[in-house]
Design a protein around this ligand. Structure first.
Ligand SMILES: Cc1cc2nc3c(=O)[nH]c(=O)nc-3n(C[C@H](O)[C@H](O)[C@H](O)COP(=O)(O)O)c2cc1C
Length: 298
């Protein structure tokens, strides 16, 4: 038997057949299915689903009954006096960690920038997938040109410190950058250089996705190759796929991409990236949990 869950669309399939669950039963399933074979207490579920520990447990039982009716009684075990246990390993179509923290940096100063518009679309998609997103622009991190004397004298400028803090507080970074002379904008490189001087180095181990928009036919794609170089040098895990929006002046209708095919491709890229960042974040915990469950050899 297989259970497949799409968190972004809030849909679930059992052996390929779609099941129809109401919101609360779906939220309970989501919580349980992320903890297969583990005993989960009623209080934990109530807190996760209602966010309020005073919610009555009889309400939980009502929604649990609905969940079992639709899903099949055999998949959720009641562990008397302790809680519930989901008995299958579900497969997930999208990001399952609402706590995945994503910093989206629009590397442009212009308010009417297509890169800022693309950053807004990307941030929206990441939120729909379940991540918690902070959208920032280059102008929020004002730094002078890097020079060694000023670093020795005044230290790291506030703009780089602020960016470094945002970076350290995130699991993943999405940069949306214009192309300048087939490379990245100097201001972006300068911010990266300053931020790289902070210890511990805040780019280290971060996952990054690179996007661009440009009025030209190349969509700013060459700039992303250049941007990849310092980021990889700083031990960022740069996602192999990128997305570059060509002829950007005509590419938006209101706040969305006009072209449905491009929208689907952007969504696929962002979902793939977030799934990888989530897997990397969750793996150490899952590995520890699996090691804890393993039967010691005689
Ligand atoms: C110095 C300079 C170099 C540029 N080089 C490129 C380039 O190589 N490729 C490109 O597509 N656009 C290039 N552009 C155009 C910028 O990408 C364009 O101005 C873009 O709108 C800036 O991004 P923004 O509007 O999102 O701030 C260049 C612009 C400037 C000022």
């Amino acid at each position: 038997m297989t259970i497949r869950i799409d968190l972004a669309e809030e849909r679930v399939w059992k052996d390929g057949v779609e099941l129809h669950l109401r919101r609360k039963p779906f939220a309970i399933l989501k919580y349980l299915a992320r903890r297969p074979q583990q005993i989960v207490t009623q209080a934990e579920i109530v807190e996760a689903v209602w966010g309020d520990v005073s919610t009555s447990q009889s309400l939980l039982r009502t929604h649990m009954r609905d969940l079992r009716q639709v899903l099949g009684e055999e998949l959720v075990e009641t562990v008397v006096g302790r809680g519930y246990r989901f008995l299958l390993e579900a497969s997930w179509d999208s990001v399952a960690t609402p706590g995945l923290r994503v910093l989206v940096l629009a590397a442009s100063f212009r308010s009417d920038s297509p890169n800022r518009k693309l950053a807004e679309v990307a941030a929206r998609i990441a939120k729909q997938v379940g991540a918690s997103v902070e959208l920032v622009t280059l102008g929020e991190f004002d730094v002078p040109p890097h020079d060694g004397e000023s670093e020795d004298g005044r230290g790291i400028p506030d703009g780089a410190e602020a960016f470094g803090k945002r970076l350290s507080a995130s699991d993943a970074l999405v940069v949306i950058s214009p192309e300048c002379n087939a490379s990245m904008p100097g201001a972006l490189k300068n911010l990266i250089d300053w931020t790289s001087r902070i210890r511990p180095q805040p780019f280290d181990g971060r996952h990054a996705l690179l996007l661009s928009a440009s009025g030209g036919a190349g969509g700013g794609h060459r700039g992303l190759w250049a941007l990849r170089v310092p980021l990889e040098h700083l031990d960022v895990r740069v996602f192999p796929e990128t997305f570059s929006l060509a002829e950007a002046a005509r590419a938006f209708v209101d706040d969305n991409l006009a072209d449905a095919t491009l929208t689907a491709r952007l969504e696929k890229t962002i979902r793939g990236f977030l799934a990888l960042a989530e897997a990397a974040k969750e793996y150490p915990r899952l590995k520890r949990a699996a090691a804890g469950r393993a039967t010691p050899s005689p």
